[in-house]
Design a protein around this ligand. Sequence first.
Ligand SMILES: [Zn+2]
Length: 67
Amino acid sequence: MAFFAARDAETSLVCPRCGARLHIGRSCHEVHMHCPACKAQFPLNEYISQADEAMERFLENVYCDRV
Ligand SMILES: [Zn+2]
């Protein structure tokens, strides 16, 4: 499995399907929430209102990192 250093971060939100910690990740220019345990993916929009510190830090990096 590939290791996505700055492209994936664990959040304190839990997966509605299996209860594992959700991760925030990005592929190309899209940011999404995903669960490494059950492989579910969720649109960021559904979680942005409950964004925790990890998510905010991640999103800051995404925007600073833009080429
Ligand atoms: Zn899950």
